[in-house]
Write a protein that binds this ligand. Structure first.
Ligand code: SF4
Length: 345
């Protein structure tokens, strides 16, 4: 049990745990249950692909309920790799994702003395995970048939055990359906919610460009970690077989890259002039040829002011135990023909 979980457990008892993404539907689901004088703890699950744990304080202040961050990164990677129910349009395993989060919430119920779980799901809002049949499947596979309430569309679903036992008043729940946000916006007004989150889900697995980057990692790295997916979010990315080159696009990204260096990495930068940082993540270090280092250096030059120089420039190449320098003559004209690094993606 984390210290944060203990704090919440010691200080409060709750009636319900809510899956809270930060989106409007999840806010309204909490509000509808709070309105019935029930205490709700919102759970904010996060991973390299979704979640904004840094916003929790702001949300708590803005929306008036408590939120607990829960890191599901490592477990989620396994699901992205091999989802039981498949991927959506891109790399999003929405059904498995929902099952994982609801199962986690179920595990936490006794810890917070809570009786049921709520979600902001609306029938017909999303093609994959919010169809009536998949919503039933999620409930069943997560083992929460008597414990899960979907307040926004409850009246379109058979009464749950929670409603039958009058723990919540079904008459005060909603009958939302479909993709329109009109009624949600009206209800938000009634709850005096001033800051309406944008409708985009913010899950990077549904972003085609990011999904491409993640796919490369899954295809080339045997056991990718949270750090491999975190670094996908910054820089320009190039691949040569199983070797991966990431080049910072600005000062901020350069700083982030230097914070993400791992033991197996090789870091390249211009020695005498400012420019991008390059990081080679070489999963088969022994096969990393001087040619790959040379063309990685050329790419570093290409994205710096050194590209127009007609003389050799010094590149610093650092591994865990050795830092050396190499002189490279910018050869941008011939670079495209011979460059073994494929990208940027
Ligand atoms: S869009 Fe992403 S966060 Fe949302 S359910 Fe699907 S996989 Fe999970």
């Amino acid at each position: 049990m984390s210290t944060q979980q203990q704090d919440h457990n010691n200080e409060h008892k709750y009636d319900a745990l809510a899956l809270f993404s930060g989106g409007l539907d999840s806010i309204l689901a909490v509000k509808l249950i709070q309105q019935q004088n029930l205490r709700v703890l919102a759970l904010h699950f996060f991973s390299p692909f979704f979640g904004k744990p840094h916003k929790i304080q702001e949300w708590e202040k803005e929306y008036g309920f408590e939120i607990l961050p829960i890191d599901v990164g490592e477990e989620f990677i396994k699901i992205v790799k091999n989802p039981k129910h498949g991927h959506g349009s891109y790399l999003n395993p929405c059904i498995d994702c929902k099952i994982l989060m609801i199962k986690k919430a179920k595990e936490l119920l006794p810890l917070f003395n809570a009786k049921f779980i709520i979600t902001g799901e609306v029938i017909g809002q999303r093609p994959m995970s919010q169809r009536k049949d998949t919503m039933n499947l999620i409930k069943k596979e997560a083992g929460v048939e008597d414990l899960l309430l979907r307040p926004l569309c409850a009246k379109n679903l058979p009464p749950t055990q929670i409603e039958k036992e009058n723990i919540v008043d079904r008459s005060k729940l909603l009958d939302l359906r479909g993709r329109s946000r009109k009624r949600q916006l009206e209800i938000a007004k009634k709850f005096n919610i001033k800051k309406i989150p944008t409708p985009a889900g913010g899950c990077l697995l549904t972003d085609p460009e990011m999904a491409n980057r993640f796919k490369k990692v899954l295809a080339n790295i045997k056991d990718p970690s949270v750090y491999d997916f975190e670094i996908c979010k910054i820089g320009r990315h190039f691949w040569s077989n199983k070797n991966w080159l990431i080049i910072g696009r600005n000062h901020k990204e350069n700083l982030l890259i230097t914070k993400m260096v791992r033991e197996i990495d090789i870091v390249l930068k211009l020695s005498q002039i400012p420019g991008p940082i390059g990081l080679i993540r070489a999963h088969k270090t022994k096969t990393l040829s001087p040619n790959l280092i040379y063309y990685a250096s050329q790419l570093i030059i290409k994205y710096s002011k050194a590209k127009s120089m007609r003389r050799a420039v010094k590149i610093q190449i650092a591994t865990l135990d050795v830092v050396k320098e190499q002189e490279v003559i910018p050869e941008l004209n011939t670079l495209l023909d011979k460059n073994p690094w494929i990208g940027p993606i």
